[in-house]
Design a protein around this ligand. Sequence first.
Ligand SMILES: [Zn+2]
Length: 323
Amino acid sequence: MQFCRFGLEGLSDYDSPRFALRHPAIDSISVSSCHNLFLPVHGKPAMPELPEVETTRIGLLKLIQGKRVAEVIVRDRRLRWPVPANLGARLRGATIETISRRGKYLLWDCENKGERGFLLSHLGMSGSLRVLRQRDECPPGKHDHIDIRLTDQSIIRYTDPRRFGAMLWIEGREPNHPLLDVLGPEPLSAEFSAQHLFRASRGRSLSIKEFVMNGHIVVGVGNIYASESLYRAGIHPGRVAGKISMARYERLVIAIRDTLNAALQAGGSSLRNYVKADGDEGYFQIDAFVYGREGKPCRACSQPIRSIVQGQRSTYYCPACQH
Ligand SMILES: [Zn+2]
């Protein structure tokens, strides 16, 4: 497999602190005065989080499930890891049977003359996937690095200005990959529970905000959702994870699920954006309680929302409602 060439050392995943250090956070960009979370600001789209990835998955499935790949055009292989040289050969003639998601990775289950394999994709910091139907086809732009052309003439186009996304190939019937092995449970699954957070946090001195953003603990709680969930749970983001009680973790689990579900619902209404030829509009708009609202009144108590930096990321919280 392609990733073997780089060894595990080069394979720090998207949730590792090393990745965060190497890749400047986008939340230094000021968020516009309205509290729409995912609106591109100054023309820069926000980083795709779990709800955007899940909505991308559902949108893609509706359009491409059961379709066959005619050819793959790779214009630039230099993503987070180089696009494998054999990707086109593996995908050509393959039927895309289904697409599943693990964390922010999409797993495209492909069948090709009895052989099976998975396209493993990640949108990184700025990636997007669109399906162009023949009638909306437009010439590729500077950041359109990969086109997967289907036999019905539609094109799945991967666009990624910052090239931190990934397109890898997993050979075989099971989607086993070192990048997936290290992932914590899905936040909307039964495996994710207060007991899990409580046990995993004992003896840990890091802040609760950094703890829930660690993909080895739970996947998909990005910077925005961490701030929003902690507000909903009434937990100060600077609290030491190892000292938080079981009762508070129970509230946090509910808050994380509610926050993600709200974003997923908002995503449903913007689904069409993922299939538009002109793209760049597919970020969800949900009402933030705290994120991007520094100095603005808390929606519950009217105290001004504060902002601090934790692990190089901006955190927003209410000093009165969260303790
Ligand atoms: Zn408040």
